[in-house]
Design a protein around this ligand. Structure first.
Ligand code: FAD
Length: 252
């Protein structure tokens, strides 16, 4: 239950407030507004100017409070990432939920997090380990952030622009969360990175190689322990290999 609400005007002010116990960042509030027994103070980030989407060199910088819908509607958003964002949440939620809040709360079925893992997204994160002594952000790869979700304030997410990116999924219905999804990024150098989602607490990195050789085998190998009440591991191994192959065809 939210018992105290702050709306700082500057990042320094926000970090000072967040250094207090039981105080957390507030993005779109779609998760934080759910009833809980414990009191929590929130620091609303909406006045910090973090709602930008801007190309910089070969990357796109996405401010932490950009909503999923803003990113989906952006001319800079790769088409396959738009497909993944549409599956992440329905329109009403996408209009409120922020990119950072989504990464903090997501599970392994998150199509957005799976895509950011494949894109090797970089997060700017201010550590909130108390006491706060360092007012400089660290850069964390999505692959390091997602399994641990360290306490921190995310201010920006950076994704590469000069890449080929594909996303494929299988689900019970076209708009349902995936049973298996695959996101594939290929750089001009040939570097090929495959992430899989659809089960567990976080998406899985199946491959990050210098070329696409062995992609389907890597997809299968990443699903050995992917059994749950939605599907068996064997089903996911087959589906992941097929989706990985389709992703590769999409970008060829
Ligand atoms: C009806 C409904 C259905 C939902 N269904 C799903 C679902 O199927 N799957 C799913 O995963 N989620 C679901 N959610 C949860 C929610 O929509 C998502 O988790 C959402 O993307 C959270 O984003 P937000 O910006 O609203 O986060 P908030 O609610 O503002 O915050 C969520 C968490 O992220 C932290 N946070 C926010 N911004 C930052 C930041 N910049 N830096 C560091 N930490 C930050 C907060 O402190 C909090 O711990 C649902 C919510 C609702 C209301």
């Amino acid at each position: 239950m939210i018992t105290t609400y702050h709306r700082p005007q500057t990042l320094d002010e926000a970090l000072t407030l967040l250094s207090q116990p039981n105080t957390v960042p507030l993005g779109g509030g779609t998760h934080l507004s759910k009833p809980t027994p414990d009191p929590v103070s929130v620091v609303d980030l909406q006045r910090l100017g973090l709602n930008y989407i801007r190309p910089k060199g070969n990357t796109i910088e996405i401010g932490a409070t950009v909503t999923l819908q803003q990113l989906l509607e952006s001319e800079h958003c790769p088409p396959a990432l738009k497909t993944a964002i549409k599956l992440e949440a329905p329109l009403n939620l996408r209009n409120s939920a922020t990119v950072a809040g989504t990464l903090v709360t997501c599970d392994g079925r998150s199509t957005f997090a799976t895509s950011l893992l494949a894109l090797d997204a970089k997060l700017s994160v201010f550590s909130l380990q108390l006491p706060i002594t360092n007012y400089q952000p660290s850069t964390l790869n999505a692959g390091d952030f997602l399994p641990l979700r360290p306490r921190g304030l995310i201010t920006q997410i950076v994704i590469p622009l000069n890449v080929k990116f594909a996303f494929e999924y299988v689900a019970r219905t076209p708009s349902d969360k995936p049973i298996v999804c695959a996101a594939l990024t290929q750089w001009n150098s040939g570097r090929t990175r495959l992430a899989l989602g659809g089960w567990g607490k976080s998406p899985s990195l199946a491959m990050d190689g210098t070329e696409a050789e062995g992609l389907e085998t890597a997809a299968r190998n990443a699903c050995h322990e992917a059994a749950d009440d939605m599907a068996s591991a064997e089903y996911r191994m087959d589906a992941a290999a097929t989706l990985a192959k389709r992703c590769l065809e999409d970008i060829s």
